[in-house]
Design a protein around this ligand. Structure first.
Ligand code: MG
Length: 213
């Protein structure tokens, strides 16, 4: 699972904000700048729920000198084993695109959670669009998405689900409910004997099928 940072997990600005969750001092072109970071509600809980069932990768179009110290504080338990930055993006039509084929994992298993459609321009069928977040402390989007992603970890091909429940870059509420109720029924019938996705990723690891990671 590929996680975007800005406006998906955090919102950062150079403008001072009241009660920032994190402040960073970053050297930008020789000048030390303070960056004020607000953290989206439930980020820690989201990572804790996802880490046992997915390999977590931070993939940001921002620079490493901002993202590395930010992720250190955002993810102190190091649930996200891999971090990818602007230099790992593909510059295409004046935008930074995150080419998911570079991860060296089967495309049937990859999900990117990102607020920016241009980031997943090359593989929209692997994208779980995130509603852009700026400051709303009552936002519960990560909990909503976590429930869906827990179910999707049991799928042979995540793209089949994404094709059904994502319409115009949004989670379609009715399809979401249909999917949640159908998988709830399946799980009740079969118990939870299916392997988790993360086990599959490890098998791929052993074949040495990695590229960017
Ligand atoms: Mg973003």
């Amino acid at each position: 699972m590929v996680l975007d940072l800005d406006e998906t997990l955090v919102h950062s600005s150079f403008k001072p904000v009241e009660n920032p969750d994190i402040t960073l001092n970053v050297d930008i072109e020789g000048q030390l700048c303070t960056i004020y970071v607000l953290v989206r509600p439930f980020v820690s809980e989201f990572m804790k729920r996802m880490a046992p069932i997915y390999e977590l990768v931070i993939f940001t179009a921002s620079l490493g000198k901002y993202a590395v110290p930010l992720v250190e504080q955002l993810d102190p338990d190091n649930f996200c084993a891999y971090k990818l930055f602007r230099e790992h993006c593909t510059f295409y039509n004046n935008s930074f695109v995150k080419d998911l084929t570079r991860l060296g994992r089967p495309m049937t298993d990859i999900i990117i959670l990102d607020n920016s459609p241009v980031a997943y321009l090359f593989q929209p069928e692997n994208a779980m669009p995130a509603v852009s977040w700026y400051e709303d402390r009552s936002d519960e989007e990560l909990l909503r998405v976590a429930t869906l992603l827990e179910r999707m970890a049991q799928e042979d091909d995540v793209r089949k689900v994404i094709r059904t429940i994502i319409v115009n870059n949004k989670i379609e509420p009715r399809q979401e409910q249909l999917y949640l109720s159908s998988t709830a029924a399946q799980q009740a019938n079969s118990g939870s004997s299916r392997p988790h996705r993360r086990d599959k990723s490890h098998r791929v690891d052993k074949r040495g099928n990695t590229n960017a990671l």
